[in-house]
Design a binder for this molecule. Structure first.
Ligand code: APR
Ligand code: ZN
Length: 373
């Protein structure tokens, strides 16, 4: 066991604190990782606000890169010294999804068996709930060995660590779930970190046009930089209807097109899901990667429209990624200069700046603040 500094959310809504935590030595199937970088994601803020569950205290942080420090006795997949990106879906290889070959759907993903604990204060010894089973706003963290994906150590840690969550979700929504490619059109509704990553993925895959939709003009500027060929300001002030505009732009490129082949919804709201539904061409694919809240309902759409428009209505968990397949591949494309992951790093900050980074999330000019340890 060792003691390290870490960012913990002790109670609902309370500012995060830097505290000392206990990190057990790795047992069977586990690894201790010396964290190099960890991005600040909306999900960390959701944990702190009690929006995910009530299992306080949370050890926050989950978009991380690091160096494996030690592994449990039976671990063969990674070894001390490996440069890894952490993932939150270590697949089991034994459930029904895995056995039929759909490893990215694994129904039984796992985390470390042992728990990290608070090392100080009146509640010392309390077990921590690591965010998404990772907990990487910490000098070191304990994870399942399967959560460590080895990638090329020549890559910049702050950039490739972001593949651990939002950036992978966005890229994967476009290229895995939506399966866009050359000769296919795509529209992305919502251009935060996830949507912009979907745009970068679509550009990588050769899709055209790539239409970015957002209610915030600042986001559209970033979208353009990341590969959008067209942008649509869908704020009420603009007076533009995104569905009409998407159809118009697609018809300019492909004669007779009546919408986009793939529409990615990266907001997580019924009204934008409905826009995505109708902005598709016949037999097009809708990809929901934005995460709705439990109170939201599927919009009231005539069933005949679902039937009549054909195609597919899909959800994209974590970009339908398989970390062992996708992380090394995307890191290689990054190193070749074909995927600009650096563009997602708006700023590098310290462990004590996480609370301030939560504040900045609301202002809209930061794609990702990345804690560098
Ligand atoms: N129409 C278009 N864009 C919208 C709308 C709307 N009605 N409402 C919000 N947006 C835009 C925001 O302006 C912002 O640019 O959606 C974007 C959301 O981005 P972020 O808040 O930065 O969130 P992000 O990290 O990209 O995640 C998007 O995926 O992982 C989930 O929980 C996450 O649901 C969220 C979604
Ligand atoms: Zn995240």
């Amino acid at each position: 066991m060792q003691q390290v500094r870490a960012v913990v959310a002790r109670a609902k809504g309370a500012p995060v604190e830097i505290v000392t935590i206990n990190v057990p030595d790795p047992g069977p199937g586990e690894a201790v990782v010396k964290v190099l970088t960890c991005g600040v994601c909306h999900t960390d803020l959701h944990y702190r606000e009690g929006g995910i569950n009530d299992e306080f205290p949370f050890l926050l942080g989950h978009e991380a890169s690091g160096i494996v420090e030690a592994v449990g006795p039976d671990v063969t997949g990674v070894a001390p010294g490996d440069f890894v990106v952490l993932n939150w879906r270590a697949v089991c290889a034994e459930c029904r999804a895995c056995k039929r070959g759909d490893l990215h759907y694994c129904f039984a993903t796992h985390n470390a068996q042992q728990r990290m604990t608070l090392a100080e204060g009146p509640d010392a010894g309390t077990e921590l709930s690591p965010a998404l089973g990772i907990g990487a706003f910490a000098e070191k963290t304990l994870v399942a060995a399967g959560q460590c994906t080895k990638v090329d150590p020549a890559a910049r840690p702050a950039a490739v660590g972001l593949l651990g969550c939002g950036v992978m979700a966005g890229i994967g929504a476009a290229i895995n779930t939506g399966a866009v490619t050359r000769g296919r059109s795509i529209a992305v509704i919502g251009c935060g970190g996830v949507g912009v990553a979907a745009i970068a993925g679509a550009a990588l895959a050769g899709a055209s046009p790539i239409i970015a939709v957002d209610i915030d003009a600042k986001k559209l500027k970033t979208a353009k930089k990341m590969g959008a060929t067209h942008t649509i300001d869908s704020s009420p002030l603009s007076g533009l209807d995104p569905v009409t505009e998407i159809k118009r732009i697609c018809a300019e490129t492909y004669e007779g097109a009546d919408g986009a082949d793939v529409v990615v919804e990266a907001v997580g709201r019924p009204e934008t899901w409905q826009q995505a539904f109708y902005a598709r061409d016949l037999a097009g694919t809708l990809v929901l990667v934005g995460v709705p809240t439990p109170d939201m309902k599927v919009p009231d759409i005539p069933l005949i429209d679902v039937f009549g428009r054909g195609g597919a209505l899909k959800s994209s968990w974590y970009g339908d990624c398989l970390p062992s397949r996708d992380f090394p591949m995307l890191v290689d494309l990054y190193l070749q200069g074909r995927l600009d992951l650096d563009a997602f790093v708006s700023e590098e900050i310290g462990l004590s700046d996480v609370e301030a980074a939560f504040e900045r999330m609301h202002h809209g000019d930061v794609l990702r603040s990345v804690v560098v340890l």
